[in-house]
Design a protein around this ligand. Structure first.
Ligand SMILES: Cc1cc2nc3c(=O)[nH]c(=O)nc-3n(C[C@H](O)[C@H](O)[C@H](O)COP(=O)(O)OP(=O)(O)OC[C@H]3O[C@@H](n4cnc5c(N)ncnc54)[C@H](O)[C@@H]3O)c2cc1C
Ligand code: SF4
Ligand code: SF4
Ligand code: SF4
Length: 595
């Protein structure tokens, strides 16, 4: 193994040329479609890799630090058309992957709260400018105006197609409008971001149910393509005695009623069954309807709740108890009124196939919990029959279905999921539709590599504690059932939180041809971020595999920066006598291409 072997020499550029370059000679922006660059981005920027929409997280966090809120909002909006919405209610898979949250590094960066900050703090004068393709003369119908439908409609419009968006409800937004409660997502924020999509020329037809008012077949005849983003509408039933009693609600119906301003009866004691978003929203809404004793029950342990920890924290704060490892047996009533529920205790068991773990009721473990109402929030499944009796659920996917020109996306394809997954699916589906309509691939994701300066990020930024979200106190929450609980970051808070990000999109590299192995960089390194390497394996795809570190200079064939440990303090750059440490900004971007 020679020292030079440590260095990636060739990248396949978007122009389809192989060029040899070194980090030091990277004087201009390069667009790469080399698997090694994609691999590096995925490995070094774990938050972006975990985001279903591949949002440029370090990019927008840096803009917030620089107080360029409008640009931060735009960077978000490229992949995710609803930043103000997602900044409030995203399921935050990125935060679970954030390097700052790994052991010994403290808490993850508040990526989601920062997303909200750029939406809140951008100037009211900020205007969104979007680039359109020339009109294609093709028309597309999108069925369902939830996040997947909105994302598909937006992308298809930018691609030059005429889009009609059909929605069975009176208002657009899907579960954002009818499922998620206002105290988590104010409707003016939602409508503002929906309007920003519609104003591009999307025709919205609300109160029009496909499969009832217009058949899917006639819609297909009238348009060049149809995208079904009808979500999950078939509720899962409890299948136990008492589930048809008047005070037993289906979670989604309950939330729809609450969001329509109705006040369904809940009484004092409420039992909610389920461990997802809907269950927690039903429980928190019950508290606002006056219930004093609200308990969420779930079959698995509480760790299996499918909500983010802020959501769980707020529910705890509002006095909601969560009991894991229990399963309803029957709902008990007297004279047609719910009096409580009989439940089993359950235990977790391993399975030999996914999902690997299940729960089973423990024999003779039945116990009784009193209740005035029960809410079954077990989730929904897609219902193709809701759109057309002829639609076969087994053949529905983003890239096309059995019926020519028919596509689908969002929860309708994946089953109950989350908003960012639905948005990512809607966008991907729009690209499949575009390929079908034009016979071309017109966009390609590449890695943009740009020479960059070392930043002013300092070691002290690592000791800033996580900035907590400002929230209403309990009295204020109960005064108005729709008052937004979280009130956002101030500019100062946003800056403090943005400082915590390690800017993992900046790749620090040592040029082994110029390095004189003086070890000055290793001496100032705040972490185990600069390694002396004795031997490296090169994988078949050209990426680096296992390497053996050494502390013995005589064995070293090279020294290299471990970008998964680097915190971008820039100390190594400052002390290097040979000026041989370079910084490259790496970003995933979509390029317009002509085949
Ligand atoms: C109470 C609740 C809380 C949630 N909280 C969160 C959260 O905090 N974070 C998160 O990430 N996710 C959350 N989710 C999940 C998230 O809302 C969904 O995953 C997401 O909305 C799915 O988007 P979609 O566009 O695929 O479908 P939907 O949002 O369900 O939209 C489908 C749309 O299609 C319309 N439609 C259906 N059939 C027809 C038809 N035949 N003709 C015309 N229109 C039709 C529907 O009316 C609806 O507007 C929550 C869900 C619920 C129910
Ligand atoms: S530190 Fe910043 S760039 Fe790195 S994973 Fe966390 S949010 Fe992403
Ligand atoms: S900038 Fe250099 S010294 Fe600082 S953490 Fe990264 S590799 Fe280490
Ligand atoms: S300070 Fe510069 S020259 Fe010295 S070992 Fe580090 S990279 Fe090489």
């Amino acid at each position: 193994m020679k020292k030079n072997d440590l260095y990636r020499k060739t990248v396949k550029l978007s122009q389809r040329e192989d060029k040899t370059y070194s980090a030091r000679s990277l004087k201009q922006i390069i667009y790469s479609s080399d698997a090694r660059d994609f691999g590096q981005v995925a490995k070094s920027i774990p938050c972006q890799a975990a985001c279903p929409a591949a949002t440029n997280i370090p990019g927008y966090i840096r803009c917030i630090y620089e107080k360029r809120y409008g640009r931060a909002y735009e960077l978000n909006r490229i992949c995710n058309i609803l930043p103000g919405v997602l900044g409030r209610i995203c399921s935050r898979p990125c935060e679970q992957a954030c390097r700052h949250g790994s052991p010994d590094e403290g808490d993850s960066v508040a990526i989601c709260h920062l997303k909200r900050a750029c939406a809140d703090l951008k100037s009211p004068m900020h205007r969104i400018i979007e680039g359109f393709y020339a009109p294609s003369g093709k028309s597309v119908a999108v069925v369902g105006s939830g996040p997947a439908g909105l994302a598909a409609a937006h992308e298809l419009t930018l691609l030059g197609h005429r889009v009609s968006l059909y929605e069975s409800e009176k208002k657009p937004g899907g579960m954002l409008m009818y499922g998620i409660p206002e105290f988590r997502l104010p409707r003016d924020i939602l409508m503002l971001e929906i309007e920003n999509i519609l104003r591009l020329g999307v025709t919205l037809k609300t109160g029009t149910k496909i499969g009832k008012d217009i058949s899917l077949e006639s819609l297909s005849k009238d348009h060049d393509a149809v995208v079904v983003t009808a979500g999950c509408t078939a509720p899962r039933s409890l299948g136990i005695e008492g589930e048809n009693l008047e005070q037993v609600y289906n979670g989604l119906d309950f939330m729809k009623a609450v969001n329509a301003g109705e006040k369904p009866f809940v009484g004092n004691k409420v039992l909610v069954i389920g461990g997802g978003f809907t269950a927690v929203d039903c429980a928190r809404s019950s508290v606002r309807l006056g219930a004093s004793d609200v308990r969420i029950t779930m079959r698995k342990t509480v760790e299996y709740m499918r909500v983010d920890e802020h959501e769980k924290h707020e529910a705890d704060f509002e006095g909601i108890r969560t009991q894991g490892l229990v399963q309803p047996k029957r709902i008990v009533s007297e004279n047609g009124k719910v009096t409580g529920m009989e439940l089993y205790h359950t235990k977790m068991e391993y399975m030999d196939r996914p999902p690997w773990r299940t729960t089973v009721p423990i024999e003779n473990s039945e116990f009784f919990l009193p209740a005035d109402s029960v809410i079954a929030a077990l989730g929904q499944t897609p219902s193709p029959a809701n759109v057309s009796q002829t639609l076969d659920g087994s053949d529905i996917c983003e890239s096309g279905c059995a019926m020519e020109g028919l596509f689908a996306a969002g929860d309708f394809v994946t089953g109950s999921s989350d908003v960012i997954t639905a948005i990512a699916g809607g966008r991907r589906c729009a690209h499949s539709v575009d390929g079908f309509l034009t016979g071309k691939k017109r966009k390609e994701t590449v890695v943009r590599l740009e020479p960059h300066e070392s930043t002013d990020r300092s070691r002290s930024f690592d000791f800033i504690p996580l900035v907590g979200m400002n929230t209403l106190d309990l009295d204020e929450r109960m005064k108005s059932a729709t008052a937004e609980v979280e009130s956002g970051f101030t500019e100062e808070q946003a800056e403090e939180e943005a400082k915590r990000c390690y800017l993992c999109n900046l790749k620090y590299e040592i040029d082994p041809l110029s390095c004189i192995y003086c070890s000055a960089c290793i001496d100032v390194a705040p972490k185990d971020c600069i390694k002396m390497i004795a031997k490296v394996e090169i994988n078949e795809d050209g990426t680096f595999g296992e390497y053996r570190e050494t502390r013995n200079w005589n064995e070293a064939v090279s020294i290299a920066i471990d970008n998964e440990r680097c915190i971008r303090c820039g100390q190594c750059v400052k002390v290097c006598p040979m000026d041989c440490i370079s910084v490259t900004k790496t970003e995933l971007i979509e390029l317009d291409i002509e085949e």
